[in-house]
Design a protein around this ligand. Sequence first.
Ligand SMILES: C[S@@+](CC[C@H](N)C(=O)[O-])C[C@H]1O[C@@H](n2cnc3c(N)ncnc32)[C@H](O)[C@@H]1O
Length: 385
Amino acid sequence: MGFARNQPDYEVKAGALTSDWLGSFQAVPRELFVPDRIWPGIADGTRQTGLVDRAKDPEAWFEAVYSDIPLTTQWDDGRHSGNGLGTMPTSSSSMPRMVFSMLADLDVADGHRVLEIGTGTGWNAGLLAHRLGGANVVSVEYDADVSMAAVENLRRAGLAPLALVGDGRLGHPASAPFDRVIATCSVGEVPRAWVEQARPGGLIVAPWGTEYGGEYIARLVVGNDGTANGPFTRSSAFMRLRQQRTERPPFEAYLKGQEWPSDGTRSTTTLSPADIGGWLAQFVIGLHVPGAFWRVERYGDGTYTLWTYSTDTRSWASAGYEPEATEYTVVQSGPRRLWDETEAACLWWEENSRPGFDRFGLTVDGEGERVWLGSPDQPIPCLST
Ligand SMILES: C[S@@+](CC[C@H](N)C(=O)[O-])C[C@H]1O[C@@H](n2cnc3c(N)ncnc32)[C@H](O)[C@@H]1O
């Protein structure tokens, strides 16, 4: 092979693989956990390339396994069996830099007991089991076939955390309390059980994203009073916990057989659709505009329409982008004025000097959860009508 196997350079360079994890990284090689058929991704986790099959091209397989990229291992909850891309990636081996960054956020110490949600290939559970001992690690996976493969991978690596099939939202009460809870699938709502099953002073590390888009790792400290609170530490792009996937009704559900602009109201805006596509902008809009998602329809000449839809299919907005324009046509329909809400979210962001993700944080308590800016006593206002 023309490359060094299990070479930690890429994580060390990225600053993600801290020295306390180096031993586990070397002792628990990723290659033992990656299936023969994978769809390598790109670093931001949003796209996959074609199938790489170890039996047909071992060189390409090893190169992918020892690259700092996510590897899709299952599509469409296991219903996709072909060689092409499926519709939605539903299990993967996460990008190594993200794995070790999250483990650094988790801040484990000898003797800690850890609950992981989303066993996937078992690599992260294996790293935790190597570091803390199998008896201190519980990993829950919803998909029985995925879990079975992970258990076999762990066995081959000589590791034996408690790997269970179940709905990770429920945690594992019989093994609680945990010092640490880590989710390797994203949530839009932190399940109550994770807070209840963490000991006071314990940590929850979980990717948290809005329905609209944008996602960051929440690092929450659990209090004596059953609350959990903390900042976002880094950008992420995980697959969603199955039971919290955003409903994305088909686009025909909106115009209801009519031609655009249908019953929509026309207006113009100076907010360019091109200025709100960034990961952080999506996150900020999603905080203010819940129950909504977007789609871009491109026309091949550089122009496109940015559609915003409410998940209840009652409201939609279109904003037409033209490269040289300074004003853009907007059409809105339904009880919610989704473009007005989007503009209000962007204005709020401007008025607060466009804060970065690291100024935001999350509080989870008996009343639900709130994202805040700067400090927990400054919750983000919901601007939806
Ligand atoms: C990105 S993969 C996990 C990567 C894994 N930690 C590894 O090291 O390979 C996300 C996993 O979360 C699982 N998942 C989704 N919803 C779940 C739930 N409610 N409970 C447990 N696992 C869930 C998916 O089936 C998928 O295998």
